[in-house]
Design a protein around this ligand. Structure first.
Ligand code: 5MM
Length: 343
């Protein structure tokens, strides 16, 4: 686990979240007129993972169960394709967020039943880390203490079981950005959530040194009329994390949460620029890394190179951001992708 943690946090690299469940990938494909089938999902993920040079900026990829069992067109297991690029395969092990009984508008993440057995199988299949996502909705009255506590408990049990199976857990409590709430309210909710999650991790004897925390940035709600800029968001995010996340946690990786790709990179840059933190900080974006690639791909083999260039470009921009070296200029001057080779 120590090696996996160190490799995931390799300087200048971050994690690609490509673990969309069936409903989520179907929604993303549908928006582009792509039919979601086992084959189209396979072809899409093969396109992502065979991007030449991706290993320069990406240390790990979070996979969905189906993908970990799939092979490329040439018959190479997806986990092996990633390993050949020097990228560590990981796996989403939760079974999705479902309605929390008696708490309208709130969700609890499922998947603890049978988890011990599934983890053993995932390790056999080549995964070296795991991920579990909890979602916390924000409005005037939400979240409730009960929802935060229930999700924190499940996250901690998932993390303990992962470590028992020699897999590094990525613990992801996501405070949703949907809503009209202010950045101050987001900071308040994120602080309460991270405090509860870190408390539960401690109670469940999770080894903090052998896990990563995946969190959202502290932002204004997507429908809030007053949108805080990158500097304000970065200060609020760092203040919140410093108050809640023990220094023993080796790394904090950010989700993008529905921000546009460039905005997520800009805010990551502001967080990392000149900040002195006890944990390493990097990205673990899903949409903000994949959106331009998926838009370029559109389900056609003719668009593979263009889509890979788009992924490579975003990975490179985010790598610059974690060094605090990203600028809007980079969006215009993307380096050409190397000629496609067999990886
Ligand atoms: C890639 O999206 C992940 C899977 O979501 P579903 O379980 O709903 O299909 C998601 O967990 C992701 O790993 C993180 O939330 C980060 O993704 P974003 O798009 O927020 O960066």
């Amino acid at each position: 686990m120590n090696e996996t943690v160190a490799a995931l946090l390799t300087r200048d690299k971050g994690v690609l979240a490509a673990d969309e469940s069936f409903p989520t990938i179907a929604k993303r494909f549908e928006a582009l007129g792509i039919e979601a089938t086992e084959e189209s999902r396979r072809a899409y993920r093969e396109m992502l993972f065979t991007t030449v040079g991706m290993g320069e900026f990406i240390s790990g990829v979070i996979l969905f169960d189906e993908t970990l069992r799939q092979r490329t067109q040439d018959g190479v297991p997806m986990a092996e394709v990633l390993s050949k690029q020097g990228i560590i395969p990981g796996i989403k092990v939760d079974m999705g967020a479902k309605a929390l009984a008696a708490f309208a508008g709130e969700k609890i993440t499922m998947g603890l039943d049978g988890l011990r057995e599934r983890l053993a199988e995932y390790r056999e299949l080549g995964a070296r880390f795991t991920k579990w996502r909890a979602v916390i909705a924000v409005d005037e009255h939400l979240p409730t203490r009960a929802c935060i506590e229930a999700n924190a408990g499940a996250l901690a049990m998932f993390a303990a079981l992962s470590q028992e199976a020699d897999l590094v857990p990525i613990v992801e409590p996501e405070v949703l950005m949907n809503g009209k709430h202010t950045i101050a309210r987001c900071e308040e909710v994120t602080t309460l959530t991270l405090k509860a999650v870190c408390g539960a991790l401690f109670e469940q004897r999770v080894v903090l040194e052998q896990m990563l925390l995946k969190t959202g940035m502290v932002l204004s709600g997507a429908e809030c009329p007053e949108q805080a800029d990158a500097e304000i968001a970065a200060n609020a995010t760092l203040r919140c994390l410093r108050r809640t996340v023990p220094a023993a946690v080796p790394g904090v990786v950010f989700l993008s949460g529905g921000q546009s790709d460039e905005s997520a990179t800009q805010k990551l840059n502001a967080i990392c620029r000149g900040s002195d933190t006890p944990w390493k900080v990097t990205f673990s974006f899903g949409r903000a890394l994949q959106a331009p690639a998926m838009n370029a791909w559109k389900g056609s083999p003719d668009n593979v190179i263009g889509a890979q260039k788009a992924l490579h470009h975003r990975a490179r921009c985010n790598s610059a951001a974690i060094r605090g070296k990203y600028s809007a200029e980079m969006e215009k001057t993307g380096l050409p992708l190397l000629e496609r080779e067999h990886v």
